[in-house]
Structures are given as structure tokens and as C-alpha cells.
Design a protein around this ligand. Structure first.
Ligand code: ATP
Ligand code: MG
Length: 591
């Protein structure tokens, strides 16, 4: 992937520039790392951090990862790889109500599948934010002691009304001037379960008149009587996301905390919080730096969690791993490759500009990788029988075929040739259109890797449909033998021997949506579903394909890239999913 690598340096420039500058300035060299997350006292007792930088991928385990997450994973793990750093996989599970184990497992699988690792013999950087609740609570207590946080007892409505608007400042809460003692006592009573949900809330004391609404005394801890999947009933107060996330980064020694643009307005609070906690000696300096980039949007694809859930729940797809879904489990089943995701991520790069990426770019990255790696096989998707009248019945012979056109190291295989072959229906025309070079009565064409044949006619059923094509072969023209090309022909057909063929289920997948921006304007995105996004056929495959292992990928010559379905393929009877066609044929009538 040299092409991808060379463009990578320019494509991800803006974040790489920041990292380069930080490294040049030696910004992070004094950081200490105890080997695991912790407050400053613990970290400072450890050795210098061996990682030059630390990044993290912090999913909430409340759904399946999608193509957008893949961009973030490639970016964060890629930076750590390229800069002798570390990337942590952190489950952001501070919200007690939402997370599920099923999602944790699937996220772990997906990141591994993309080829990244958070652990080796020295470090295992897989973390759960909920393991940090004690530290987060200590941070909140510190803010109270420093006069930087207070317990507010206004109702939710009052708080909303007093928050102000973009043009008007907010109003101070009547509880804002509570004493440190009173705040401490109330906060502890909140923790001890003395109050119902919503009775009080802990807020940072910043500035109710700030032009940035996120700095108008944001809520940092709330009462929530809920059982947490990790901590059980230990807590009935939980940190707000905007408070928890910066602290998680700092506890893990993250140097560059990369997130999507919607968190840009939160950055001042991120900095405010970490700076005060470092001032108070709770966190090590330098504190992490938040850097925002624009999220991935792709034409013909929806990535919103709500819409993906709707597709699954209303059964527009067969599940989260339906090969048409833009999830990583779906991508894997579809046959897309991890290397293709890497190449795509490098090509699109990282910027702050909102962008809508053409789906063709994604497919092209997949094609490029598969063209290099996938062995070629022959498949007839719309079979029509070809009978070679002058070839003895019951006889067969072997044709030697290269597995890859420019990778001889991938070897050869044999394909049996016999009197009756399957060819593509479109490779015969009784009355040829202008320029047609394949089989029509009187015309000659080459059966690839086999002989030149001359078409002599066809059989038809009562309604005039062609049921078989007849031809005669020229015995001296077998590919690879001397003089084979003495007869010049223009058409070159692929074929599979009828007697030896493996008839298999093949699923021809296409785009799930027919519109480049599903649901744009006032439209319901479901109205933009592509009615032809999957077609099930029985294809005739060359016999070697019978041995395909689940997830083995091939180019079916002339047709595209296909993968043996990882779940539905039984030993000795694989079924295949079309990953992508050979060329972009969308909207050009080809299916
Ligand atoms: P939620 O609405 O539940 O927060 P989310 O898509 O933000 O959904 P997270 O689990 O919070 O899901 O995301 C994990 C990481 O993936 C975050 O750092 C987020 O910025 C990043 N991410 C999510 N969607 C995209 C996207 N479309 N492009 C790039 N990065 C994304
Ligand atoms: Mg999120």
C-alpha cells in the first residue's frame, strides 16, 4: 500500500503537525506512568512514560461500531503506531443505564479485526471508565473544597430558564453561594442516597454570563438511582460525560485526545477542568490536549445510531451484521477488508471541514486491496448451457489456470473441461448487436484457458427462449499449447464444466440506499431504500470454490469480488456474498 502511505503524511497533516510540534518541543517527555491509570501521586511515583504519545478510542458500549468509528480507530491507533506511542481502548461506560456486554464484545472484535491492538507483553491498555468512579468523585470533592463547584437545588425547569440563551447571559442560581461546608455535606448526602433523582445536582462554578453556554456552570454530578453493570449499586451519583471524559483522558496519560467536531465548544471546559485539577495536584501535567476533527459522512450511507437501530428493528435488514449495513460486523460479512479501511482512512485524511465523502472512494479502496490480494476464480452467474458437439461425451481434460494475473507466487490450479459447459447467458446472442464479439451462429470465440469454438446454433423452448448453445471446438487451439493462437478470435469467454460445477447460493449485494443522501430534505430516509439491494441467485462455480473457507475472498473474473459468508457457509458448501463489483457500475444499468 505504498500509494496510501505516501498520501497519508499529507492527508492527516493537521493532527500530525500538532504531534510533530509537541514532540519537537519535548512537551511530553517528563510524564511519568505507573503502568496503569491513576491520579498524579500514583503516576509521579512511576518511571518516565515509555510511550511517546498516548491516544485512545473511547466508545460508549451502546451500539455496534460503524464506518465512522473505523475512521476514528484508524486515526488513533495509526498515530500511536507511527509515533512510537500507545492507543488505549476505553469503554466509556459512565452512564449506568445504557451499556451492554454484547456491545463490549463486538467492539473488541471489531477493533481487533481492523488489525489493531491495545496490548502486548508490556502493557494492556483496555480500560473501563467506570473503574475510575472513585477518582472522579475525589476530583469533584476537590472542586468543592477549592470553591469551584456547588450543589444546586433548583428544579430542572428553573435551571433551564436561568441558563440564558445565545444572546442573553444566564442568571446565577440562588444556591450558587453555598459555603464549602454546606456543599461538601450535601454532596456526601447525595452520594449516600439520601435524595431522590434530580433533587440536587453538582455544578462547576465558572461563569453564568459566559458567551459559551457550556461554561455557564455545567452540571458535573447527578443523582441517579440505577444499577451499573460494573459497579452494581455502589453508586447513586454518576459523573456527567463532559466531566468524566477529560478526567479519564488525564488518568490514562493521554497526550492527544482526538474527538469529533461537535465537542469543540466543550474544549474550554475540558481545559478549565483539567487545569484546576492539575493545579490541585490531582492530575499530572501536562494535561491532555483535545483536538477535534470532522466526522465521516458517506454518500448512500446512514451512520446515525438511531437510524441504524431503526433499520434493524423494523427488519429492513437481517440484523446488525447484514452485509448491507455500514457496521463493521456488516463490513466483515460483506467481504470488505481491514486493509481497505486503512487505505480509505489514509486517503480521506483528517480535517476540520465538514465533508461528505463519495461512496465510490470507499469502494475503490476496497477494490484496490482486493485486486492485489484476492485469488481469481471462475463463476457463471447467469448460466446457459454450451454443448460442444464434436467433443466426446464422458471425456474431460484439465486446463491449468493461474490464480493471480500478476502474482505468480500464488500458483496455479486446474479446471476440468468437458463437452458441456456453463457460460454466461449474455455471452450468446442469436442475432448479434453491432460490435458483439462473443458467440453467435457462425462466430468463433475462445473459451478462456481452453479451446477456440465456433458457434453453430442453439436450442429453444416453446416460447422461444434459448436453452442451449451448440458449437464445435478446434482441437489444435488449446491455450498454452504450440500454435494455440494460430486462429485469431476477438471474444474470450469464461466457463465452468457442467459435470464438475459447484452450484452455490450467491448473494449479489448492492447499495442499501438508492439516494446519495438518504432522507435529505423532508424525506423519510426509509423511502430511499434501494429495492434491489440484494439479489439471491444460484450460480455455477468452478469446482475449486467448493473448498473455500468462511471469509476467504476471491475475484470472480469479470464479476467482482466475493467472499465466502462467515456464518452461512458449511464445510464443503460455501455460499458467497458479493463485496463489490470490478468497476463502479452504480446507476449505469449494470447489476
Ligand atoms: P453516541 O451518539 O452514542 O455518542 P457515537 O457515534 O458518538 O454515538 P461513541 O461510542 O461515542 O459513538 O464513539 C466513539 C468514538 O468514535 C468517538 O470518539 C467519536 O468521536 C468517534 N466517531 C463516532 N462517529 C464518527 C464518525 N462518523 N466519524 C468519525 N468518528 C466518529
Ligand atoms: Mg459519543
Amino acid at each position: 500500500m505504498s500509494a496510501g502511505d505516501s498520501s497519508a503524511a499529507t492527508a492527516t497533516n493537521f493532527i500530525r503537525n500538532i504531534v510533530d510540534a509537541d514532540l519537537a518541543a519535548g512537551k511530553h517527555v517528563q510524564r511519568r506512568w505507573s503502568g496503569k491509570p491513576g491520579l498524579a501521586a500514583q503516576q509521579l511515583a512511576g518511571p518516565l512514560d515509555p510511550a511517546k504519545i498516548r491516544t485512545r478510542f473511547p466508545p460508549e458500549p451502546n451500539g455496534y461500531l460503524h464506518f465512522g468509528h473505523a475512521k476514528s480507530i484508524c486515526l488513533n491507533f495509526g498515530l500511536a503506531r507511527d509515533y512510537a506511542g500507545r492507543c488505549h481502548l476505553r469503554f466509556d461506560d459512565t452512564n449506568p443505564e445504557k451499556e451492554e456486554k454484547e456491545y463490549v464484545d463486538s467492539i473488541v472484535d471489531a477493533v481487533r479485526w481492523l488489525g489493531f491492538s491495545w496490548s502486548d507483553d508490556k502493557e494492556n491498555n483496555l480500560y473501563y471508565a467506570s473503574d475510575y468512579f472513585d477518582w472522579m468523585f475525589a476530583c469533584a470533592e476537590y472542586l468543592i473544597e477549592a470553591g469551584l463547584a456547588y450543589v444546586d437545588s433548583q428544579s430542572a425547569d428553573e435551571m433551564r430558564a436561568n441558563r440564558g440563551t445565545l444572546t442573553e447571559p444566564g442568571k446565577d442560581s440562588p444556591y450558587r453561594s453555598r459555603s464549602v461546608e454546606e456543599n461538601r455535606a450535601l454532596f456526601h448526602r447525595m452520594r449516600d442516597g439520601e435524595f431522590p433523582d434530580g433533587a440536587h445536582i453538582l455544578r462547576a462554578k465558572i461563569d453564568m454570563a459566559s458567551p459559551n453556554i457550556n461554561l455557564r456552570d455545567p452540571a458535573i454530578y447527578r443523582i441517579r438511582h440505577a444499577t451499573h453493570h460494573n459497579t452494581g449499586d455502589k453508586w447513586c451519583v454518576y459523573p456527567m460525560y463532559t466531566f468524566a471524559h477529560p478526567i479519564e483522558d488525564a488518568l490514562e496519560n493521554i497526550t492527544h485526545s482526538i474527538c469529533t467536531l461537535e465537542f469543540e465548544d466543550q474544549r474550554p471546559f475540558y481545559d478549565w477542568l483539567l487545569d484546576h485539577l492539575a493545579e490541585g495536584g490531582l492530575l499530572q501535567r501536562p494535561v491532555p490536549q483535545q483536538i477535534e476533527f470532522s466526522r465521516l459522512n458517506l454518500t448512500y450511507v446512514v451512520l446515525s445510531k438511531r437510524k441504524l437501530i431503526q433499520l434493524v428493528e423494523e427488519k429492513h435488514v437481517s440484523g446488525w451484521d447484514d452485509p448491507r449495513m455500514p457496521t463493521l460486523v456488516g463490513a466483515r460479512r460483506r467481504g470488505y477488508t481491514p486493509e481497505g479501511f486503512h487505505l480509505f482512512a489514509e486517503r480521506i485524511g483528517v480535517s476540520k471541514a465538514d465533508s461528505l465523502i463519495d461512496y465510490v472512494l470507499f469502494e475503490d479502496a476496497m477494490r484496490e486491496v482486493l485486486n492485489e490480494s484476492a485469488e481469481r476464480r471462475v463463476a457463471v452467474l447467469a448460466p446457459l448451457k454450451l454443448i460442444i458437439d464434436n467433443y466426446p461425451a464422458g471425456q474431460s481434460e484439465e486446463c491449468v489456470v493461474h490464480n493471480h494475473p500478476f502474482k505468480p507466487e500464488l500458483g496455479t490450479r486446474v479446471m476440468p473441461f468437458s463437452r458441456e459447459l456453463w457460460i454466461e447467458r449474455e455471452d450468446f446472442m442469436e442475432e448479434p448487436s453491432k460490435g458483439y464479439r462473443r458467440l453467435f451462429p457462425g462466430n468463433m470465440a475462445r473459451l478462456r484457458h481452453g479451446y477456440v469454438v465456433k458457434c453453430i446454433g442453439c436450442d429453444k423452448d416453446a416460447s422461444g427462449n434459448v436453452t442451449a448453445v451448440h458449437c464445435e471446438y478446434l482441437p489444435d487451439t488449446k491455450s498454452g499449447t504450440p500454435g494455440a493462437d494460430s486462429v485469431k478470435v476477438k471474444g474470450n469467454l469464461h466457463w465452468v464444466s457442467v459435470e464438475h460445477a459447484y452450484p452455490a447460493e450467491v448473494r449479489l449485494y448492492d447499495r442499501l440506499f438508492a439516494s446519495p443522501s438518504p432522507g435529505s430534505g423532508d424525506r423519510n430516509f426509509l423511502d430511499d431504500l434501494n429495492p434491489d439491494s440484494v439479489k439471491l441467485i444460484t450460480a455455477q462455480l468452478e469446482p475449486a470454490l467448493k473448498a473455500a473457507k468462511p471469509e476467504e475472498r476471491f475475484q470472480f473474473e469479470r464479476h467482482g469480488y466475493f467472499v465466502a459468508d462467515r456464518f452461512d457457509s458449511k464445510d464443503g458448501s460455501p455460499v458467497f456474498n458479493r463485496t463489490v463489483t470490478l468497476k463502479d457500475s452504480w446507476g449505469k444499468g449494470a447489476k
